[in-house]
Design a protein around this ligand. Structure first.
Ligand code: DUC
Ligand code: ZN
Ligand code: ZN
Ligand code: ZN
Length: 460
């Protein structure tokens, strides 16, 4: 037989086209796109009435991530299973360089967490926390080894770098065809407001947001972009939460600089009002950057539509409420982060495509194709093309779901999207031609995910 599997009768949607037809798959790759391929297949999956999208690529996850004396509660096994059920077939997680460790030691630590655990394919970004002769020497080597993107934190004790180090990372990584991403907030602003708040007894979760206003993100984004301009480096700004940061990207792009940006479903769908939830429940939404005023939603949708922002990732970084309670008397001790890895595709379809905020092709661009291009995975991943991996999400646009934590598989005891209504939900996920999730359950083989060496970025 020509194919191990044919997925027939679906409506195939890519970043630029919609057509109905069959997908012929052999040894995990797409071999043919056409009609009436079923007879030449060992196995047939009928996708009648369903959309077939390129599998989601989430380029911003924190699995098994040390933070504030604890660890994010999804590891590479539980987190990638939840991702798979939600239609995501590739993640790029952050390996954060511990103080005193080399980049190669950092890689070893994170590969130990991921290898033999992950159930979908994965890459790693390297978060550089210190610059020395060893780091300078390692950057070109790790890029050659497939770690082609880096992150710089402008905040967080133990992770943040100063502008000097940031510039050097930009300079060296870009010279070697690496891409630098940045978490942009100003740590001095946060310290200043935090001290004042705590001194006046303002310790509740909602003060997290008040301690780091939108200008704090806007200023840092402007500074990061300025450093990138001066070093002729491309830059990718992660998790833009507001107009103050996204407008800096817009301006730089209009000037012709290779600056790109990401937002996340939480900044499009949730707001600072969530911090008003009763008791300590506001802690569910303590993440950085924080949720903003609702008025930013429209700006961010428009930025996605206009190509100012190119991707939507999750920043998935879950903590159980018991972990969040470390900050019961002091919001600065609440571990930062929230879950989202399982719902990204469904949320972006329902609130993006179904509600008319984005086109269906734009949905594919934001959740898969653009991500693959920017992070050196394209065209193996991020599209539905002959020769590409058969990473596919089968999606029922009519399926109605009311979100509750009980239907999710993330290893955490809440979802920030509780009670939101969805129209459209993933019903099956294929990774390299293997059916790994169906109807809300992971059914793939264990630990089947493979590490992916990534090439340099395509600037879009
Ligand atoms: N922000 C979070 O909310 N969690 C982890 C890291 C980050 O930058
Ligand atoms: Zn961040
Ligand atoms: Zn993050
Ligand atoms: Zn289940």
């Amino acid at each position: 037989k020509d194919f191990d599997l044919v997925i027939r009768n679906g409506t195939i949607v890519t970043s630029s086209d919609i057509f109905s037809g069959d997908i012929g798959i052999k040894r995990g790759e797409i071999k043919e796109l056409g009609r009436n391929l079923s007879e030449r297949a060992e196995d047939v999956y009928d996708a009648k009435g369903k959309y077939i999208f390129p599998g989601g690529i989430d380029a911003h996850t924190h699995l098994d991530m040390p933070f504030g004396g604890t660890f994010s509660s999804d590891d590479f096994n539980t987190g990638t299973k939840a991702a798979a059920i939600g239609g995501t077939t590739t993640i790029v997680d952050f390996a954060v360089q511990p103080q005193g460790k080399t980049l190669n030691e950092t890689i070893e630590m994170w590969r130990e967490k991921a290898d033999g655990n992950a159930c979908i394919d994965y890459g790693l970004h390297l978060a550089i926390t210190q610059m020395n002769d060893k780091t300078r020497e390692e950057i070109p080597q790790v890029i050659r080894d497939g770690y082609s993107s880096f992150k710089v934190f402008m905040i967080y004790e133990g992770m943040m770098v100063d502008d000097l180090t940031f510039m050097e990372v930009l300079d060296i990584a870009s010279e070697n065809n690496g891409l630098i991403s940045v978490h942009a907030e100003n740590p001095f602003v946060i310290d200043y407001f935090t001290k004042k708040l705590l001194e006046s007894g303002k310790t509740a979760p909602k003060y997290h947001e008040i301690s780091r206003p939108a200008y704090c993100e806007g200023e840092a984004t402007n500074r990061a972009i300025s450093l990138a301009k001066m070093t002729n480096a491309p830059l990718y700004v992660v998790h833009c939460s507001c107009e103050e940061s996204a407008s800096e990207i817009k301006k730089a792009r209009e000037e012709g600089f290779p600056i790109m940006g990401e937002t996340c479903p939480q900044y499009l769908l949730l707001s600072r009002d969530n911090y008003e939830e009763e008791g300590f429940n506001g802690a569910k939404y303590v993440m950085s950057p924080p949720l903003r005023d609702k008025k930013n939603w429209n700006y961010l949708w428009k930025a996605l539509n206009d190509g100012v922002l190119q991707t939507v990732a999750t920043d998935h970084c879950p903590f159980f409420m018991k972990q969040k309670r470390m900050g019961l008397d002091d919001f600065t001790k609440i571990p930062n982060g929230a879950p989202g890895i399982e719902l990204r595709m469904a949320l972006m379809y329902s609130y993006g495509v179904d509600k008319g905020n984005i086109s269906i092709e734009k949905f594919v661009q934001l959740t898969s194709t653009n991500v693959a291009k920017i992070f050196g995975l394209y065209p193996k991943k991020g599209s539905i093309v002959v020769g590409g991996d058969a990473d596919l999400m089968i999606f029922d646009p009519e399926k109605k779901v009311k979100i509750s934590k009980d239907i999710l598989h993330e290893n955490v005891d809440y979802t920030p999207y509780e009670e939101l209504e969805l129209k459209g939900y993933p019903v099956a996920t294929f990774s390299r031609g293997e059916l790994i999730a169906e109807d809300g359950e992971y059914i793939g083989s264990e630990n089947r995910g493979e590490f992916i060496k990534r090439s340099g970025p395509k600037i879009i």
